[in-house]
Design a protein around this ligand. Structure first.
Ligand SMILES: Nc1nc2c(c(=O)[nH]1)N[C@H]1C(S)=C(S)[C@@H](COP(=O)(O)O)O[C@H]1N2
Ligand SMILES: [Mo]
Length: 336
C-alpha cells in the first residue's frame, strides 16, 4: 500500500541494509526473549494453595444456552494494557520489591514469593472501559499471596494512604490502603490452575476485588510502593481518569444477541450481573415499555464474582427491545 512503499523508498535513500540489519537484530533479540519467557513459564511448577477451594458448585449456573461461562477460560479472557509488545519476563531475572512508606522494605525472588502461604480466590476482573453489553470482564480462579500479608510484614506507615503497583514496562496502578479491608487482594501468580499467561502478567500481577483494573491490577508487577494520593498519580490519572475507581453495579444480556432473529414463543434470555464486594441482590428484565420483571439468579459464589441470571420471555412477532438492570441491595439500582 501507499504508506509501505513510501517507507521503503525512504529506507533505500538512507541505507536500506544498515536499517534492515538493525531491525533484524531487534526482532531477533525480541524473539529470543519471547522464547525464554515462554520457556521460563513452562518450567514453573505452582505449589497448591494451603486450603484449595472446592470446585465451583453447579448451582451458580443457570443452564441457559448462550450464557457466559461462569469461569472464563484463559484464552478467552479479555486483555487490556498499554503494552505494544507483551513484556517478556523470565523468573530468574525477576524480583518483587516492596518499598516506599514501609518500615522494612522487602525484595522477593519468584521462589521466595511461592514459598509464602498461597491462597485461591475466585474474582471477576472488570475494565472501566467496558461498554454496555461489552466483554471487558472475566472471572478466574486466581492463586497468589495475600497483599495484606505481605504489607503486614513490610510494616505500612500510618500516613501512607495509597498502594502503587509498578510494572516492568513502567505502568502504574494505585488504590487506597483502606481497600485492604480483609478482601482477597492478591499478588497473583496463577490463573485457572496455570501460571499467569504472558499476556496476563507473567510472572506476577495484582488482583484487587471490587476495583477497576486500571487502578488495581498491574500486570508484570515488579514493585509495590506505599505512598500518598497527594504525592503520586498513577498512569491514568494525568490522562483524566479518576484516582479512585470502585466497580459500579452492572449487568449484561448474553443471549439473545442484539439483532438476532428468533422464533415467537418462550425464549430464554440470560446474562451476567456484577457488583464486586457488595454482591448482586436482584436482576430485572424489561421488554419494550413493559414493567421490570425479576430474573432468576444463579447462586452467588461470593460477593466478588458475577452472577448468572435467566428470564423466560414469551416472544411475540415483531421487533423488540430488551433491557436488563441489576441492584446490589445497598444503593440505588444500576443507572441507565
Ligand atoms: N502493566 C500493565 N498492567 C495493567 C494494564 C496495563 O496497561 N499495563 N492495564 C490495566 C487494565 S486497564 C485492566 S482492565 C487490567 C486487564 O487485565 P487483563 O488484560 O489480564 O484482563 O489490567 C490492568 N493492568
Ligand atoms: Mo481497564
Amino acid at each position: 500500500d501507499a504508506v509501505a512503499s513510501t517507507g521503503r523508498a525512504f529506507l533505500a535513500a538512507t541505507g536500506a541494509l544498515a536499517v534492515a540489519g538493525l531491525a533484524a537484530g531487534a526482532a531477533g533479540r525480541w524473539l529470543g526473549e519471547r522464547f525464554s519467557a515462554a520457556a521460563s513459564r513452562a518450567a514453573v511448577v505452582l505449589p497448591r494453595a494451603r486450603r484449595p477451594l472446592p470446585p465451583v458448585p453447579a448451582s451458580v449456573r443457570v443452564g441457559t444456552p448462550g450464557v457466559t461461562p461462569f469461569i472464563t477460560p484463559d484464552p478467552d479472557f479479555y486483555r487490556i494494557d498499554t503494552a505494544l509488545q507483551v513484556p517478556q519476563v523470565r523468573v530468574d531475572d525477576w524480583r518483587l520489591r516492596i518499598g516506599g512508606m514501609v518500615d522494612a522494605p522487602m525484595e522477593l525472588s519468584f521462589d521466595q514469593l511461592l514459598a509464602r502461604e498461597l491462597v485461591e480466590a475466585d474474582i471477576t476482573l472488570t475494565c472501566v472501559s467496558n461498554e454496555v453489553g461489552g466483554g471487558l470482564l472475566g472471572t478466574a480462579r486466581w492463586l497468589g499471596v495475600r497483599l495484606d500479608d505481605l504489607l503486614r510484614d513490610a510494616g505500612v506507615h500510618r500516613h501512607a494512604d495509597q498502594v502503587v503497583g509498578r510494572s516492568v514496562d513502567g505502568y502504574t496502578c494505585g488504590f487506597p490502603v483502606a481497600a485492604l479491608d480483609g478482601r482477597d487482594a492478591l499478588v497473583a501468580v496463577g490463573m485457572n490452575g496455570e501460571p499467569l499467561p504472558l499476556e496476563h502478567g507473567f510472572p506476577a500481577r495484582l488482583v484487587v476485588p471490587g476495583l477497576y483494573g486500571y487502578v488495581s491490577a498491574t500486570k508484570w508487577l515488579r514493585e509495590i510502593e506505599l505512598t500518598r494520593f497527594d504525592r503520586f498519580d498513577q498512569y491514568w490519572v494525568p490522562r483524566g481518569w479518576a484516582a479512585e475507581a470502585p466497580i459500579k453495579t452492572s449487568s449484561r444480556i448474553d443471549t439473545p444477541r442484539g439483532l438476532a432473529r428468533i422464533a415467537p414463543g418462550p425464549t430464554a434470555v440470560a446474562g451476567v450481573a456484577w457488583a464486586q464486594t457488595r454482591g448482586i441482590a436482584t436482576v430485572e428484565v424489561r421488554v419494550d415499555d413493559g414493567p421490570w420483571r425479576p430474573a432468576r439468579l444463579g447462586a452467588a459464589l461470593n460477593d466478588v464474582t458475577w452472577r448468572q441470571w435467566t428470564f423466560t420471555w414469551d416472544a411475540t412477532p415483531g421487533r423488540h427491545t430488551l433491557a436488563v438492570r441489576a441492584s446490589d441491595g445497598t444503593v440505588a439500582i444500576q443507572t441507565a
